[in-house]
Design a protein around this ligand. Structure first.
Ligand code: UDP
Ligand code: MG
Length: 323
């Protein structure tokens, strides 16, 4: 039987503490598969020794490739670049901090051989993460699910194996605010979950501070639903009805009991603040969408690569190297 090529895509941002361990554990699992493989590391503009360490590995081991970004473009963009440059018949996307166990890859391959195009890792538990992160993640995945018509599985990260066909489909999606796991659900194909326990980060700290988490969450919701926009019509109608009823009451009061009409500064200011708040909130939501439209309209490339290692001849669909 002819050997197939598997691409493993690993985004790395300031991960010097985990690189040796990640590399050796991946290597062990992949050697055991008895297939051809390549490991594509993406250095997402790290400020520590990540790039140099990955380069060193590339020098010694030609199965390891590196995409070196010109700056930090973010996790979702990094895995997109990995898929753009991967050559395998199937590819695995995995976090660089060993929270997603590489030992699951053989099982994923088995399911892929049975004919599944996407085998996604579903987290049945998470270790070593703050209560805050666990709770917000749980709420977010369910909120997203209730807001969209695309069937995006809950408690599922980017750890997954995908077939070449899925990758080719994803390459045709040009959008800039990328919520990759959602896009994968959107393209469809035969998908199946595989359950796993998410372990603790091997070393170092999370590279997803609250700000990045919020951005990812907003990208997920805004790119897959326009229900937040409808909120303003609903709230607007509801408040109009209430206001109208209250208006009638005030008028009747004024006509029939003129003496009882109050001076009413407090109630006026309260109503005014409330309505102003709602209006600004709704403007904000509209602004979020407009900002994203603006980003798309500019049509900038999704990422800029400063260097490719061990795959200098490959061409990505989104960015042309000039040298
Ligand atoms: N990552 C990245 N760019 C970023 C942030 C994170 O490439 O701007 C990578 C990071 O190196 C890791 C993966 O994305 O391999 C997941 O990040 P992390 O483990 O910090 O997120 P968490 O597991 O805490 O949600
Ligand atoms: Mg992690």
């Amino acid at each position: 039987m002819e050997k197939i090529l598997i691409s493993v895509i690993v985004p790395m941002y300031n991960e010097e503490a985990v690189i040796p361990a990640t590399y050796s554990r991946l290597k062990e699992v992949l050697d055991g598969l008895k297939e051809n493989y390549e490991i594509i590391f993406i250095n997402d503009g790290s400020r520590d020794r990540t790039r140099d360490m990955l380069m060193e590995i590339c020098e010694k081991d030609k199965t390891v490739k590196l995409i070196d970004f010109a700056r930090n473009f973010g996790h979702q963009v990094a895995i997109t670049a990995g898929m753009d440059y991967a050559a395998g018949e199937c590819m695995v996307i995995i976090d660089g901090d060993l929270q997603d166990p590489p030992e699951l890859i053989p099982k994923m391959m088995e399911l892929w051989r049975q004919g599944y195009d996407v085998v996604y890792g579903k987290r049945i538990s998470r270790q070593g993460e703050t209560i805050f992160k666990k709770v917000t993640a749980k709420i977010f995945y369910r909120l997203l699910r209730s807001l969209t018509d695309v069937n995006i599985p809950v408690d599922t990260g980017d750890f997954r194996l995908i077939d070449r066909r899925v990758c080719e489909a994803l390459k045709q999606l040009p959008e800039r605010s990328r919520y990759v796991r959602g896009l994968m659900s959107w393209v469809g194909f035969k998908q199946t979950p595989i359950e796993f326990e998410r372990s603790e980060r091997y070393a170092g700290e999370t590279k997803y501070p609250l700000k990045k988490m919020l951005k990812l969450a907003m990208d997920g919701i805004m790119s897959f639903s326009y229900k937040p926009l409808k909120l303003s019509s609903w709230l607007g109608s509801l408040l109009s009805v209430f206001s109208f009823v209250y208006l009638i009451i005030v008028l009747l009061q004024k006509i029939f009991f003129p003496e009882s009409a109050q001076s009413g500064w407090a109630s006026l200011i309260a109503v005014s603040l409330f309505f102003n708040g709602i209006t600004l909130l709704m403007l904000g939501i509209i602004g979020e969408y407009i900002g994203r439209i603006y980003d798309e309209a500019k049509g900038r490339p999704l990422y800029i690569i400063s260097e490719l290692k061990n795959m200098e001849d490959r061409e990505g669909p989104r960015f042309k190297m000039t040298k």
